[in-house]
Unconditional design. Structure first.
Length: 160
């Protein structure tokens, strides 16, 4: 059964509220994670607790328990001069900056307009209600090394 510090392999299909597929991992190439460490969005992780190999489940995750609500204050315009002169700033580029309350936040460039750059520090899935269809394909205990690192190793997990 899935409990804290289980290494869980699962297949999943993630859709948004419109039924559009956003991401998936098939059974042949499952995703692996270390349970109970906050590696999954909270609304999904708590629903996986106690499941067994072969269990299937549909889980709906609200923005609050997913990637958070959209924060309009994280959509900002910055001066092009704040970026290195020779940098080729293009939509889709990401960089780390300071968000609300000085927390480290990943910003995505949305547009370059004249000498202004429009950036968005919201997670791409912020504000989305997420629908996961999951199936558990394997469960094992974490190794000492995995617990030290705080993530799963091996197939579907972290490859250093
Ligand atoms: Zn590691």
């Amino acid at each position: 059964m899935i409990k804290k510090h289980s290494v869980v392999s699962l297949s999943y299909c993630l859709k948004n509220a419109n039924g559009q597929e956003l991401d998936r991992a098939d059974k042949e190439k499952p995703f692996a994670y270390l349970h109970g460490m906050g590696q999954m969005v909270p609304g999904l992780e708590k629903e996986l607790e106690g499941l067994k190999v072969g269990d299937k489940k549909d889980v709906t995750v609200t923005p609050a328990e997913g990637y958070g609500e959209l924060n309009p204050q994280l959509k900002i315009q910055v001066d092009r001069a704040n970026f290195p002169k020779d940098a080729d700033i293009q939509p889709g580029m990401q960089f780390e900056g300071q968000g609300d309350g000085g927390t480290r936040t990943v910003f995505t460039v949305k547009a370059v307009v004249g000498d202004k750059v429009e950036v968005d520090g919201n997670h791409p899935l912020a504000g989305e209600t997420l629908h996961f269809a999951i199936e558990i394909t394997a469960i094992r205990d974490a190794t000492e090394e995995e617990l030290t690192h705080g993530h799963a190793h091996g197939e579907g997990g972290h490859n250093h």
